[in-house]
Write a protein that binds this ligand. Sequence first.
Ligand SMILES: Cc1cc2nc3c(=O)[nH]c(=O)nc-3n(C[C@H](O)[C@H](O)[C@H](O)COP(=O)(O)OP(=O)(O)OC[C@H]3O[C@@H](n4cnc5c(N)ncnc54)[C@H](O)[C@@H]3O)c2cc1C
Length: 502
Amino acid sequence: MSPHSAARVVVVGAGLAGLSAASTLVKAGFQHIQVLEAMGRPGGRVYTTRPFGQNVIELGANWIHGQEANPLFLLAQEQGLLLEEKGSASIMCLPGSVTPRDYFFRESRQQLPVDEVEQVCSFFSGLTSRAFESELEPRHSSQSLGGYLDEEFAQSPLAASEDGPRVFEWCKRSECTDEASSSLYEVSASQLGHYVALEGGFFNSLGPGGYQALADTLLDNLPPGAVLCDRPVHSIHWALQEEKNHTRPVRVLCQGGQCFMADHVIVTVPLGFLKENAVAMFEPALPKSKADAIERLGFGTVDKIYLRFEDRFWPHDCAGIQLVWDAGPEDEEVYQHSQSEGGAWRDMWYKKICGFDTVARHPTVLCGWITGREARHMESLDEKMVGEVCVRMLRSFTGWSVPEPAQVLMSKWGSERFVRGSYTYPPPGVDAVREHTALAAPLPLPCEAGYSQAKPLQVLFAGEATHVNFYTTTHGAYMTGIREAQRLIDLYADSELDSYNE
Ligand SMILES: Cc1cc2nc3c(=O)[nH]c(=O)nc-3n(C[C@H](O)[C@H](O)[C@H](O)COP(=O)(O)OP(=O)(O)OC[C@H]3O[C@@H](n4cnc5c(N)ncnc54)[C@H](O)[C@@H]3O)c2cc1C
């Protein structure tokens, strides 16, 4: 048996990173791959459901971000999982972006003129593009995204218009869905320049299987029994010594007591889970550079609230109902104060909902978006109550006759025990490249004292948070799984190291 086919690899987590790692290894001839997934289903933050009939509702990822050079888009295309061809009407807007068919309402039920809204939104998007394209002036380099945006907006004539500041606040709230943050004051302006947006827009035409079909394609490459669900990993013991009768250097212990010995373990658990559990999970403890990265990178919550009505009550040409509150602009000081003063914001959690978008292939369903601390608070409330609050807001902003929803469904990513949030963002003052790189580094680190004789690549790390340029995305997660599998493939291709498994 060749060394690589004898090697035992445990993959922790069956999201896109874990599944792409396992599938790449199996394709390369590795024969002992065990994927351990804590939840009762594979997919992780890809969570395709059918609560309203046969058409899918995505509680997690929805869009393929970019098409050019996006391996996940190519996979979907190859596998015939796309409904429509590139360039068609299926290129969609994210919640933060505006289409001419969005209806913007003020609290006074007044509908805002489209051109006024567009002016502010395109000014806002020009400012964020400068951050994403690393074109900020040096004075902005240490600022938060919110601080930079406030400063630039204050100098614009739009700031003096009646509705400009209100719409600008809406844009900031909406941008929080892209950054998974409570506020843009929690996000670094300059570090966003490391995120790379692939060309080709956001593609939302996965076929009837939804996003899960992509995960299923990877699952299909694995032998039966390779993925075990309901297997939460409790601890990972690495650097086990051969002289103490351990034939393999890693032991993975599940919560139920089941134990797996391995040559390598690929850890793909979300950053939110690591933040809560990394200290207790690894023995020996993670090196300082990795523990620091886990602490420093941000991981915030984005939730969706789906409302299904018996009939559509919004006009046919309306793509979304956006809520523009009257309250003046929130600045950094006000936000920091609200953080320290306790729970006043809880009573107004619903003000964080940007609006309600129509949902593809569901003509009577609206989807609301909410982020950060308010999203986590909402998760603690009863769905019926959340539905009532949403309907009250829709009635009071639009003045339309809005019926009670027939069904309410909301995601709960913040309280999901094995995720604890939605995706990663760079907080102010953090060197994002350094931290993503430290998070991705396999153990033992080459320079670490005491491990010079240790077997290499015992604990590897994948998952969206470990990608320097494509963090937050499904394609980022997918690519990191392939990256870590390739490390192992290269290791075993090196004939000098083959002797380890002989
Ligand atoms: C609401 C929402 C909307 C999104 N929208 C988009 C979008 O439109 N486009 C896009 O590109 N991305 C989007 N994303 C992000 C995208 O879903 C993720 O970046 C990607 O799916 C992450 O994959 P992953 O494999 O890194 O992690 P995950 O999918 O989280 O997989 C990690 C797995 O590890 C498991 N796990 C955790 N702890 C343990 C343990 N102790 N033992 C065993 N298993 C464990 C978890 O249960 C999970 O299944 C969205 C995410 C959310 C939440």
